[in-house]
Each structure stands twice: as C-alpha cells, then as structure tokens.
Design a protein around this ligand. Structure first.
Ligand code: TYD
Ligand code: MG
Length: 453
C-alpha cells in the first residue's frame, strides 16, 4: 500500500500542523488539533465499480437529473417512517443518537427484521450470537437479514461487496476504525474518516445507511460536530430509561420535517409504536387531585394531550427551589414572575416542582396555561375539573396569546372526552362546530376567576 498522507488540523481555525501539539500556532486555542487524512493511496477501502471514466462526474442541468418519484423505501414501522418524512431515501445516511440502554440497537435490529429487503446489520459492540438472542426476543423474522460482527471499515466494505445489501446498518460509528488513521476507535479523527467513507459508499451506490451514534454526558453525539453536518438526517432517541415510553425526534432532516416525533413503548418483545399517545399519557383515575392540569399540545402534525403536575410548598431554606422535569426551567421562572407581578401571587417564598408525566418533554408554548393552572391548583389545594384542558401561551404582561392549529387541539380534546378547553381569545370564526365548550380569556386574572371563583 502506498503511503497515507496525514496532518493535524485545528478544529477551530483550520490551521495545518505537521505534528500534534497542545496549542494551535495560529489561533492559540488549546487541545484543538486532530489528525486528518489528506491523501489516501489509490486502492481505497471501497471503489465504485463504474468509476473509471473521468467524465463521469460533470455538471448537468437540474431538469435532466432523473429521480424516481416513489423511490423511498417505506419502513414497516409507522413511527420511524413518519419521523423520516416517509421512508428511507436511497443513498441517505441517517445518524441515530441516544443514551446507552435507551433502545437504539433494539430499534434498528427490529427494522432490519421487519424490512422485506436484504439488510446488513454490522455490529462492533455485540457478537453474532448476542444479536441472535436479541432477535429471538423481538420475534420478527427476515431470512435476508445478515449479521456481521466487525469494526474495520475496509473489511466491512469487502463484505458489502459480497452480499450487496439494500440497507446497511452500523452499530455504532464510535466502534469503527479505518486503516488510514492510527488513533483508537472512537477518536474524533477515526469517527470523521469512517463517516466520510460510509457517506461516499451510500451516495455512490444509492444504498441507505443508518449509523448509531453514542452521546456524551451533555447529550450531544460523541465525536466531531461536523459529523452531524455530513450526514443527511440526525435522529435522537430519548426518554427516561425508567419510563416505558421512548421518543424519536428528528434534529436535522434533509428530506422531511423536523417537527415530527415517534413514540414507542419498550416491551419485553421489543419496541412497539404508540398510535394513541394521548390516551396512554393521561392518568386514568377518577380521583380528584390538586396540582394536575391537562394541556392540549402539538408535536409536529400530531396533537398530544399532556398532563402537567405541580407541587407548591413553603420553602424550608432561604432560597426557594424550582425544579422541572420535561419543561424548560427558565420558562417556569418566567411564568412564576408573571404570576407574582401581574396576578399578585406570593410565590417567592415557595418551592415549586413541576413535572410532565410519562417521561415526555415538550417545548410547545401552549403548555404555559396548563403549567400556570397546575401551579395555582396546588397553591390553593383545589383540584381542577377533570373535564377541562388548556391551550394558550402566556406573555410577559400576563396576557393569553393564541397558539397555532387550535382546531386540531380542540378536536383531539373532544375525542378524548374533554368538555371544556380554556384558551386565548381569537377573532376569526373559522372553527368547525364542536360539542366542546370553548372558554376564551384575555388575561391570567380571568382564568383564575374562572377556575377558582
Ligand atoms: P439496547 O437496544 O441495547 O439499547 P442501546 O443500543 O441504545 O444501548 O437496549 C435497551 C434496553 O431495552 C435494555 O436495557 C433491555 C431492554 N429491552 C427490553 O425491555 N425488551 C426487549 O425486547 C429488548 C430487546 C430489550
Ligand atoms: Mg446498542
């Protein structure tokens, strides 16, 4: 093999250095140098068979580029299909990130077994026997699912050449290693080079590739940020490991919306898509409890009823505690300040705990009113009526602001048996006729008056 040319590049300013050093000579930043390949030998890890004419890659008018309309590969898994924007795109590279034990390997093995295609599942973490044991648990069957336990990219490409799969799954990118770089698997330079090789393979052969990516302590995908720029789609699999629900979100999607989410339930026989999440997420008890409020939220195009629970108690220590699960803590502080300033509630000396049940987290501003209602309900220790739900954003002067797609939120609430929805006032009379009572309020004070008299 002819020699591989390598150098060290600063990840901040891009300056090139012949050898590793602690500080970049150019921008003086510390610990930013990473080894990268400049030039590879001619016999590459993977060579496209047709690549022998220099004229192959020339500019062509966009109108002449051929596409097949229905070329996406539909997944039998509805949730994943929706998050991807309607199936796997040929040649697209998808990166699936998530905490250890959340179910990334389970999800991908399940898809490999459900797809009626030739799939190559490459694992650098588990042996073939371990994967088989997992497959037995999942109970799906696909005779064309091949399993390979390998970490060397060149060897993987060799096997791909033998099998010619329709879909390639790599679990995980951090375990892969290429011959061209000496650093250990999982290092920034290895991850970058292996991703680049896989992307090149996917684009040239139009094979969809799915990569699993580990995440770091602060929730980012381990490795260089540039990896997320290189791939077409970045998915995050999240949820509380102690809860049964898992949420699949698209963080970046070149071929679809990033607003969609997929909800799964972890069972003893693998992951099951949840088609009626609202019903499952609401407490099914008849007991009236203070501090509970239901919000009608939207996740992408899907309405989702979420239950907000709040506990307000006298602060024992000097500084009151504010703690949230599933809701933005800064937003909670803002809502408490609004309640204090605009509605006269003395919450400054109170501990406030807030929780969205089911291990779900949401950023929908329509949650604001339900959060405020739950806090006030706990503060007064008066339970809210079970048949009432909320959907409005709250502004800094305590005004209720309308939220988009109100008609869908209302019809979801009606479907689940709610009789009343409290929301901001809106002018247009475009809502279809509903049996549910719509209470429109302009300010928080009106809501308080309405709920607690
Ligand atoms: P895994 O998919 O290995 O997670 P990751 O690849 O993200 O690290 O495992 C997820 C967890 O799910 C594991 O703790 C065991 C559990 N599990 C089930 O509850 N049911 C099942 O059918 C399977 C296969 C796993
Ligand atoms: Mg795994």
């Amino acid at each position: 093999m002819s020699k591989v040319k390598k150098a060290f590049f600063c990840q901040k300013c891009g300056a090139q250095h012949p050898q590793w050093q602690g500080q970049c000579n150019s921008c003086k930043e510390w610990n930013t140098l990473v080894e990268e390949v400049i030039e590879k030998p001619t016999e590459k890890g993977w060579t496209p068979p047709e690549e022998n004419t220099p004229t192959r890659n020339r500019p062509i008018p966009i109108a002449e580029i051929a596409t097949d309309k229905e070329s996406r590969l539909r997944c039998p898994d509805e949730e994943l299909d929706r998050v991807l924007g309607g199936g796997l795109v040929p040649g697209a590279v998808t990166l699936l990130g998530g905490e250890p034990g959340i179910g990334k390997s389970t999800l991908l093995l399940q898809i490999s077994l459900q797809l009626k295609k030739k799939v190559l599942y490459v694992s650098g973490e588990e042996s073939q026997r371990q994967i088989k044991l997992r497959a037995d648990r999942i109970q799906a069957k696909n005779d064309h699912c091949y399993v390979l336990s390998e970490t060397q990219t060149q060897k993987i490409f060799h096997q791909i050449g033998e099998i010619v799969p329709d879909v390639v799954i790599i679990d995980s990118i951090q375990t892969l290693q290429t011959n061209y770089i000496e650093s250990s698997p999982g290092s920034v330079s290895q991850i970058k080079e292996c991703t680049a090789e896989l992307i090149q393979f996917a684009k040239r052969t139009h094979t969809p590739v799915i990569l699993v990516g580990h995440i770091t302590k602060d929730g980012n995908i381990a490795g260089p940020k540039v990896m997320e720029h290189m791939v077409d789609t970045v998915l995050h699999f999240e949820g509380d490991r102690n809860h049964i629900y898992r949420i699949l979100r698209a963080q970046k999607n070149r071929f679809g919306s990033t607003a969609e989410i997929g909800i799964y339930e972890m069972q003893s026989t693998g992951l099951r898509g949840v088609n009626n999440p609202s019903e499952l997420l609401l407490t099914q008890s008849d007991a009236q409890m203070s501090g509970h409020a239901i919000a009608s939220t939207m996740e992408g195009v899907r309405p989702l009823m979420l239950e907000v629970q709040a506990l307000v108690s006298s602060a024992v220590y000097g500084t009151p505690q504010r703690s949230t699960t599933g809701f933005n803590a800064k937003r909670l502080n803002m809502l408490l300040a609004v309640l204090e300033k605009r509605a006269g509630f003395q919450l400054g000396a109170k501990d406030v705990f807030l929780n969205i049940t089911g291990g779900i987290s949401s950023e929908d501003p329509a949650l604001d009113l339900a959060v405020v209602a739950a806090i006030l309900s706990s503060h007064y220790d008066i339970a809210l009526a079970k048949n009432t739900c909320f959907a409005a954003e709250i502004g800094l002067s305590g005004e209720l602001r309308p939220v988009p797609k109100l008609d869908q939120r209302i019809s979801e609430a009606e479907k689940l048996g709610f009789e009343r929805i409290i929301t901001a006032s809106f002018k247009q009379n475009t809502l279809p006729k509903t049996g549910i009572q719509i209470v429109m309020c302009q300010k928080i004070e009106e809501v308080v008056q309405h709920l607690f008299g």
